[in-house]
Design a protein around this ligand. Structure first.
Ligand code: HEM
Length: 397
């Protein structure tokens, strides 16, 4: 028997999954791998299988499981302590999720459009106030995504750089448990202080509602509330930063796609889903353990084994998306799995779509001369984080 494949695999192109995914998907439905922790796991690569497994009640997201396929030891040790609800099972998971679902409905998110537009405009005002030349990741993508999360929850906007640093460390595959614990500790301390403030002086924001409707009547504990807000800050920031940066790089290197999008604004909603499909930046976020033997297209993942439902592999499966490497804003990509599937499907997906649409439309309209300041193949990719992205995107105009 050959040695199991070392996982994760790096991307070599920012707009495509790791090269080996297509080969593995064509060969077998599930492949044995070994993780950086030395632990064995499986990867699942076909769209139908990924969707079926994420929709199944025979799988667990409990990070305390000894075979949980965390990519770094730091993530698992810190996660087992702080218990982010993305890594819990029902009924615990249901309790947390219910706090957020009513806050992120299509209707609620639609009402946030003027605020997100104001955030994008202010970020561009600041970027354009200086001489031409900026890093689009820090000057724009990160500001839009972080300010939007702050706006949603009701957090002061002064911590943008700090939130960026906290998620860089807590989501970094090379961070050890002490580093992840310290980063999360800083975030939780900051949030705990804000919760205390809202207890004394509630406002009209999400945090105030959760404090007055859930914490004070004793429906959730302080720790549970902290954990819910903490995971929302972490899950909602880096993902959207990555998507805005990668989508911008793609549009700057593909004048045909850029012209198509600026020429027909009605294309934006379809383009956003196609961009989410193509990038699938949270490829390795859905980590699971088999709660019983799972038959995946004839291969059995035995009960108790960990597996990773690879979203980028699923979203480039030709059985679900003909000619998958082609970026086609007119295809129907809505069955992509970039937001996951099943009970853990991204609770912030409507907000993420809105942010992407507003960020891209505003950038293309207001900076028509925007162009990369370095050759596209010199733009540094970030393969060391739970979410794939760009370390920086030097641009000029
Ligand atoms: C492009 C942006 C985004 C992408 C690609 C993305 C992707 C995902 C994926 C794949 C999951 C499921 C993980 C799993 O099954 O284990 C997830 C869950 C989650 N996302 Fe997002 N996300 C994005 C933006 C956001 C935003 C803006 C927010 C907050 C407002 C958010 C909050 C969450 C939360 C709280 C969960 C946990 C849900 C649960 O476990 O029930 N995400 N996201």
């Amino acid at each position: 028997m050959t040695d199991p494949l070392a996982f994760p695999l790096p991307r070599t192109c920012p707009f495509a999954p790791p090269d080996d995914y297509a080969r593995l998907r064509a060969r077998e439905p599930a492949t044995r791998v070994v993780l950086p922790t030395g632990r064995p796991a499986w990867i699942v690569t076909r769209h139908a299988d990924v969707r079926a497994l994420l929709g199944s009640s025979d799988v667990s997201s409990d990070i305390r499981h000894p075979n949980f396929p965390a990519m770094g030891a730091g993530e698992q040790e810190a996660g087992a302590r702080s218990r982010p609800f993305i890594r819990t099972d029902p009924p615990e998971h249901t309790k947390y999720r219910r706090l957020l679902v009513p806050e992120l409905t299509v209707r609620r998110v639609r009402a946030m459009r003027p605020a997100v537009q104001g955030i994008a405009d202010a970020a561009l005002d600041a970027m354009l106030a200086g001489p031409p030349g900026a890093d689009l990741v820090t000057a724009y993508a990160n500001v839009v995504s972080t300010s939007t999360i702050c706006e949603l929850i009701g957090l002061p906007n002064e911590h943008i750089a700090l939130f960026h640093e906290i998620t860089r460390v807590s989501g970094g595959r090379n961070s050890n448990a002490a580093e992840v614990g310290a980063a999360l500790g800083r975030l939780f301390q900051l949030l705990a202080d804000l919760i205390t403030l809202r207890e004394k002086e509630p406002g009209t924001d999400l945090l105030s509602r959760l404090v007055t409707e859930h914490l004070l009547p004793g429906r959730v504990t302080r720790q549970e509330l902290l954990s819910t807000i903490g995971i929302t800050v972490i899950a909602g920031r880096e993902t959207t930063t990555s998507m805005i940066s990668l989508a911008t790089l793609l549009l700057l290197t593909r004048p045909d796609l850029r012209a198509e999008l600026t020429g027909d604004p009605d294309l934006m909603d379809g383009a956003v889903d196609e961009l989410l499909r193509v990038m699938s930046v949270t490829d390795t976020i859905p980590l699971r353990v088999a709660a019983r033997d799972l038959d995946v297209g004839g291969t059995v993942i035995p009960e108790g084994d960990g597996f990773i439902a690879l979203l980028a592999a699923a979203d480039h499966d030709p059985a679900a998306f003909p000619d998958p490497e082609k970026v086609d804003f007119r295809r129907d990509a809505r069955h992509h799995l970039a937001f996951g599937y099943g009970i853990h499907v991204c609770v912030g997906q409507h907000l993420a779509r809105l942010e992407l649409a507003v960020a891209l439309e505003t950038l293309l309209r207001r900076v028509p001369t925007l162009r990369p300041a370095v050759p596209a193949d010199e733009v540094p990719m970030n393969n060391a984080s739970a979410t794939f992205g760009l370390d920086s995107l030097p641009v000029t105009w």
